[in-house]
Design a protein around this ligand. Sequence first.
Ligand code: PHE
Length: 347
Amino acid sequence: MSLQDFLSTLDSLEGEASSAFDSAADPELLEAARVRFLGQKSGAIRDVQKQMGSIDKSDRKAAGMRLNEFKSNIQAAFDACKARLGGSDDSAVDPTFDPTLPGVRPNIGHIHPITQTISHLMEIMGRMGFEAAEGPEVEDPWHNFVALNIPEDHPARDPLDNFYLATARSAGKSSATRSNVEGSQLLRSQTSTVQIRVMENEQPPIRVISLGRVYRPDDPDATHFPMFHQMEGLLVDRSVTMANLKTVLRVFANNYLGDDVDIRFRPSFFPFTEPSVEVDFFWNDAWVEFGGAGMVDPAVFEAVGYDTEQFSGFAFGLGVERLCMRRHGISDIRDLYSGDLRFLRQF
Ligand code: PHE
């Protein structure tokens, strides 16, 4: 085929195509025209492309250029027609979609305020050289009571004040060394259990904190919940004094609550410390109680086999929820555990 014939074939096909697409009045006519001109199997473009082979080599370049133009013109006519008829399904634009509306913010999860508080407390105490220690939440009476100098008949062991588990104590075996201790396991009522666990396994000097859950059968109200968290601290060394205790707690309070926070000790009693104190922080014009503390009672050192002539130490236990609530202005402890995202999202 001569170049001339080829070009005129293209001209007339292009004319036919553009009038077919221009006049297509509905999607069916558009589809018919598409098959006729753009169809992969026997469309006009395909047919005419095949004729390229019969064109003189010297004319091929000119023919190819025109063919490309021809193809894009027909494609453009098709696209215009498609747009005019409202397009086919894949290009349909939802008329209710308003691109100017603000988007929906994806919900990104984050760390619970109590967990955040725990990390913060660990960091502050870590800077004072306290390492984190852990113990189980299901405890035996030895660690929760006996080694802490809380004897069998002590009211703190009352079943009404503790969550005892309804499991039979397996005789002997792993706890054989403390097999003289009777009673069923319980959910620990204080993190002081971890003091015992640490001292059973390590020799002084000891400088640990333990942050974790404790359980007491209190009816929930704004300041009580049957599960809460404590930060236990224990320091054992030679010639440790009450002044060391007070300094550590003051530095802690100033770091966590603010420079202007003052600290006060009130006389108290705990079986495992002597003397014992309640720890108050002066915060927003009021003294607020944050926990208990004292010098480790020699009876506790004896229970873990420490030499009471050589070592002394202090221990403290502060309420984590209380600290977190004061710092963030939370007024009801139940909000922390309601799982209400409107509340939790604020932290
Ligand atoms: N375990 C005590 C409580 O739960 C707090 C405490 C810890 C007191 C350590 C003194 C020393 O109330």
